[in-house]
Design a protein around this ligand. Structure first.
Ligand code: GCO
Length: 264
């Protein structure tokens, strides 16, 4: 029994923004659990092709589709292509996202709107068009990638926090509306991970680097592969009765008020 509970063989997973970083790490995990991977990227065909080659060199069955997740027409066209060329989508991971680190009083409205569009509206757009097939088949898994900023504010990331906070409630509403179709919708909230996105605030000696290591009970930045277990769990039959939950993979950040610098 337990050997099949987390087995994704025969399932197809679409992961948005999976050409690098946390998206790639989670996709690798889903692939190693048996899923066929559909990798979305938006920046360039070359970057997407390079990423698909990395998945294939890891022995995984991967297909790449270049489209902008904020453009509903492109999303509709590519979901139709995926379902025709690869097969129906059993698992959707809404991972694509951007961040702009600007104090709110200095942020342009257009910048704020762009962050909301990518980080909150696009999970709605992609889910709206993937879920149609899941409803028809009475089965599906949707995983929205949240953040520490789903629960906490931080200087200069107000737009991102607004989007990721909204994504928690969108996750709960998707669960509310779609669970009756045997579709489980949940989220993963990564803590602070060593990726390109956090590189500017992670360099040795950067005050934020020391702050995060001190603020994280595990005493370290997350390794992207640390997310694979939660992704496989929420994508598998093991979570068939789990809905509307956000699993925080954060080394304990949200469990604690923190400690004084001189305390071990
Ligand atoms: C920041 C970081 C965070 C992390 C992650 C935390 O500037 O505070 O980039 O946003 O990337 O979202 O969960």
């Amino acid at each position: 029994m337990s050997t099949t509970l987390f087995n994704l063989t025969g399932k197809t997973a679409l992961i948005t923004g999976a050409t690098h970083g946390l998206g790639m790490a989670m996709a690798m995990g889903l692939g190693n659990a048996g899923a066929t991977l559909v990798i979305n990227g938006a920046s360039s065909q070359e970057k997407l092709d390079n990423a698909v080659a990395q998945y294939k060199s890891a022995g995984l069955n991967a297909h790449g589709y270049l489209f902008d997740v904020t453009d509903e027409a492109q999303v509709m066209d590519n979901i139709a292509k995926i379902e025709s060329e690869v097969g129906h989508i059993d698992i959707l991971v809404n991972n694509a996202g951007i961040i702009k680190r600007v104090p709110l009083e200095e942020m342009e409205v257009s910048e704020f709107e762009q962050v909301i569009k990518v980080d909150l509206v696009s999970p709605f757009i992609v889910s709206k068009h993937v879920v149609k097939g899941m409803i028809a088949r009475k089965a599906g898994k949707i995983i929205n990638i949240c953040s520490m900023m789903t629960e906490l504010g931080r200087n200069t990331v107000g737009a991102y926090a607004s989007a990721k906070g909204g994504l928690k409630m969108l996750t709960k509403n998707m669960a509310t509306e779609w669970a009756k179709h045997n579709i489980q919708t949940n989220g993963i909230g990564p803590g602070y991970f060593a990726t390109e996105q956090t590189k500017p605030i992670r360099v040795d000696g950067h005050p934020f680097n020391d702050f995060i290591v001190g603020r994280t009970p595990a005493g370290r930045w997350g390794d992207p592969d640390d997310l694979q277990g939660a992704a496989i769990f929420l994508a598998s039959d093991a979570s068939r009765f789990v809905n509307g939950q956000i699993i925080y993979v954060d080394g304990g950040i949200l469990a604690t008020i923190g400690k004084p610098a001189n305390e071990s």
